[in-house]
Design a protein around this ligand. Structure first.
Ligand code: PGA
Length: 261
């Protein structure tokens, strides 16, 4: 099996403005550690700002080795869908990646497993890499339903097996109870789930499951990142709050680089 190159992706969510982004991006790209990790191609570093700032980020990241991602896309290619943004448009303005199915979109905006799968298919069809988020709520974990919920969320992706290049399909395991709460899963808890996710992906027909990156997300900070990333099935992280601080985000990128040995 080829070693999996870790990815550290920053999900800015609905934060920032032109001036603040400019300062954050400048700090990121001038940081020697992050640049080295990205330039050697040992860690994929992805920045995912809100739609209006993608072009700004794309321009500032040019030549840095950092990649650009969006936080959502439409499940349609074009047409009368006011307010929506297609995968082709994201590719056209220079995006490499798109996040799909974040728990905030599932819970606040009613995205179902089917919508998530349709969006992921559009993203892959457009040529983008896709990071598909899955995860259980606290109530589901307490009722011992973690594996059942994840199995259901993964089953919906079965149709992607034929089109999915393992380099372009990433799963982000984000336990909902750990997102933005400061309460991360332990590295062992996360590893157990990641191994389950990889086995399920193989079971539903992803022949590339051994190569596919599975990121952990949910209160990843510099203090817990390396322990997470040293786990055999944790291939990097999807970072929310800490991605808004250049120092914290870079420290997490460095942790991914160090964990790789
Ligand atoms: P957090 O968010 O790092 O702030 O917990 C992670 C995410 O929502 O992707």
């Amino acid at each position: 099996m080829t070693p999996r190159k870790p990815i550290v992706a920053g999900n800015w969510k609905m934060n920032g403005d032109t001036a603040a982004n400019s300062a954050l991006l400048a700090a990121l790209v001038s940081h020697a550690d992050a640049k080295r990790a990205a330039a050697r191609g040992e860690v994929g570093v992805v920045v995912c700002p809100p739609f209006p700032y993608l072009a700004q980020a794309g321009a500032q990241l040019t030549g840095s080795g950092f990649e650009l991602g969006a936080q959502n896309l439409s499940e349609h290619d074009n047409g009368a869908f006011t307010g929506e943004v297609s995968g082709m448009m994201l590719l056209d303005i220079g995006c490499d990646w798109v996040i799909v199915g974040h728990s905030e979109r599932r819970s606040l905006l009613g995205e179902t497993d089917e919508i998530v799968a349709a969006k992921a298919a559009r993203a892959l069809g457009a040529g983008l890499g896709v990071m598909i988020c899955i995860g259980e709520t606290l109530q589901e974990r307490e009722r011992n339903l973690t594996e059942a919920v994840l199995a259901r969320q993964l089953q919906a992706l079965e149709g992607l097996t034929a089109m999915a290049d393992p380099a372009k399909l990433v799963i982000a395991y984000e336990p909902v109870w750990a997102i933005g709460t400061g309460r991360s899963a332990s590295a062992e808890q996360a590893q157990q789930v990641h191994a389950f996710v990889r086995a399920r992906l193989a079971a539903i027909g992803f022949s590339g499951a051994p190569e596919l990156r599975i990121l952990y997300g949910g209160s990843v900070k510099p203090a817990n990142a390396q322990g997470m990333f040293e786990m055999p099935d944790i291939d990097g992280g999807l970072i929310g709050g800490a991605s808004l601080s250049a120092d914290e985000f870079i420290a997490i990128v460095r942790a991914a680089d160090l964990a790789r040995g």
